[in-house]
Design a protein around this ligand. Sequence first.
Ligand SMILES: *[C@@H]1O[C@H](CO)[C@@H](O)[C@H](O)[C@H]1NC(C)=O
Ligand SMILES: *[C@@H]1O[C@H](CO)[C@@H](O)[C@H](O)[C@H]1NC(C)=O
Ligand SMILES: *[C@@H]1O[C@H](CO)[C@@H](O)[C@H](O)[C@H]1NC(C)=O
Length: 704
Amino acid sequence: MRTLTKRNILSLLLGLQLVAVALTLEQFQSELQLESESESGSETSSLSHRRVKRIVGGKSAKPPPVDDPVVFARVFNRDTRIEGYRNPNTGIYSFLGIHYAEPPVGPLRYSRPVYKRLSGDINATRHGSPCIQPHPQQPRRIIGDENCLLVNVYTPQMPDETTGLPVFVWIHPGGFRYGSAAQYDATPMAQQGAIVVAPQYRLGSLGILGDGTKEFDGNLAMFDLAAALRWVTDYIANFGGNPKQVQAIGHGSGAASAMYLSMSRAARSGGDVHGVVAMSGTALSQYAMDKEPVQSVQEVAKINNCPTGNELEIVNCMRAKSAEEIIQNDAKVQTERLAGRALVKGLTGNTGFQPHIEAEDDYRSLPSLLIGEPEQQLRSGNYTGIPLLTGVTKHETANSVTVDTLNKVYGSVEQFLGSLQGALKQLTGFLRIDKLTGDIAKPVLPGLTNVLTPTLQDVWKVPQALNVDQVLAKVVESTTDVLFNLPAVLTTQVWSKLAPAYMYSFEYNGTKSKGINFLRGLPIVSEQAQDKPELVAHGDELGYMFDANDIFGEPLSETRLTSEDDLLVRKNLIDMLLQFAKQGEKKDGAVTSKLFQSITGGGTPFIKVDTQLEAASDFRFCELSVLGASLSPLSSTSCAALGGLLGQLGGGVGQTVGGVGQTVGGVGNKLGLGGVGQTLGLGGGGGNNNNNNRRGGGLGLGLL
Ligand SMILES: *[C@@H]1O[C@H](CO)[C@@H](O)[C@H](O)[C@H]1NC(C)=O
Ligand SMILES: *[C@@H]1O[C@H](CO)[C@@H](O)[C@H](O)[C@H]1NC(C)=O
Ligand SMILES: *[C@@H]1O[C@H](CO)[C@@H](O)[C@H](O)[C@H]1NC(C)=O
């Protein structure tokens, strides 16, 4: 295997057609290990990444000046010289469009990536092509290229004598259908001392489709990302990064991907990951997995006029199509899959494409990446624990639906909210279930009598007295709880059995940074986001980590942050990420920072990200308890404010007197008890930081 050349590999592939890329990650891996072992003998290891004079292409290269944006690397006995760009205003170096895999075209379409080693002169001064996808603003226009497996690297410094800087591998969001690395200018993160590597991965049915059979196993986007992680392990020291401090970080579909990769033995043996950051999405997010991949393959084959007899036929037919045609036809999948009542999927950032579970043993030696349901894998704890940071924005779904749409599709908002029950079902294994009824058990909440404790059904009723804004606020609150907050908290709960798990809540309502700047095309974002400045919706935090570019890498200058508060929030968010990366350094996971409290004991600690970075606790304790989470509150927390809910439902009999949480006389008649359940709210809800911004008017369930 050691002498495999690119040409051999290609002829092998061509010769065997489908014999699904004989080069497995593992084979590569063992080959690489052999070579890097022999290499390390020839270099003094501690200095091996210093920029020294190199021979490139037979000629002696000039030694680089200190600030020169040029990286020299000698890995696998190959010399390479990578020319990037150093921004004179920020001092940040960028190396753009470096290919980590061979172009996945021809026989390599629908095949696993073929890792590409760097060699020779590489001009990394310009963004490469995005992966082929619909134009975000003109969906009928197809942009990008199949040859798109590249990384961008942003770094504040060239290698020196130190062990290097922490590395964040940014897995961009886009519902596995949209997005590019070029959108995310990581200069702000590099300015605070992080190295960011942003890989691209195949999108749409070119990147996801497959059913785990050996003819058409699919999940190629995941394998692309695994190869990119390996690239980071192999090369990042040459860019000033510490390969022992690599964080996989992603948002939305990218967050689910980051978790899958960090839980996968095959991926982690290919490129080591030391921490995972899952922003607004986790492996537990509903709909993060395609549960019916065989049907998906059939569906896409049919849409593309391919025979649906067997996988071999399908792959051969799809390989013969133009990539434009395939991507064009993906639109039909999105439309069909998110239509009607399935629109709730769109509320999670879904576009109709998700990875699927692969067969564990498909009778060839290729390692699988995604084995088994993530729910089961998380519960069984059968994965290597590394620190996890996950979090949400305050009103994730704020831009995703209108009351009109819900009325049209579901008949009423109340019916829609009732349908969230279906989304909860997938999480049943993590929730408090009443053994007799099989339903979610009513919690015991501090500050509330049993009679006044709302059930799930109560929570999802829509009181008559609400106006349209309030109804929408209730929809946003309930869907954010079920689709984002609950999965995030449950994930940290199970994860913390193996490794430290932390949670954040992004709560700053800035006006410049909106999810639409990065996530156009996803049903969860909207062009109208600017009209709701008070809300903090899906993707609104991205502009604090990155300067937004368009899909090709052209700066979206009007989105640049300028206000003092915006810049403060940027500093805080990035500071949190860097502290997390350093937290992971400690072998015992010992908590030294007040900010980072793992979700082990009671109190559901979380980090509140706003103009201040604060340690807070009891993240939506009352609301998530009603949804079935087993949480233990701090002693200061009271759910008295929830008591007003039943009063509201009783037709406004429950009257709110005075300040927050002071409810007098909630009526229990919804429970058919007839009598008045009297409670005197204890007021405040001390430790529950999420109570603070509730509107007046006694709406118990905190209408934002
Ligand atoms: C790299 O590419 C850019 C843009 O195509 C070009 O202007 C520059 O001269 C190239 N650099 C080298 C060393 O070829
Ligand atoms: C854990 O996962 C590995 C595959 O990653 C599998 O071979 C093994 O049987 C699993 N163990 C348990 C207890 O499920
Ligand atoms: C953001 O929220 C605060 C209250 O939390 C409010 O005072 C402020 O007006 C909001 N900002 C915008 C732009 O809506």
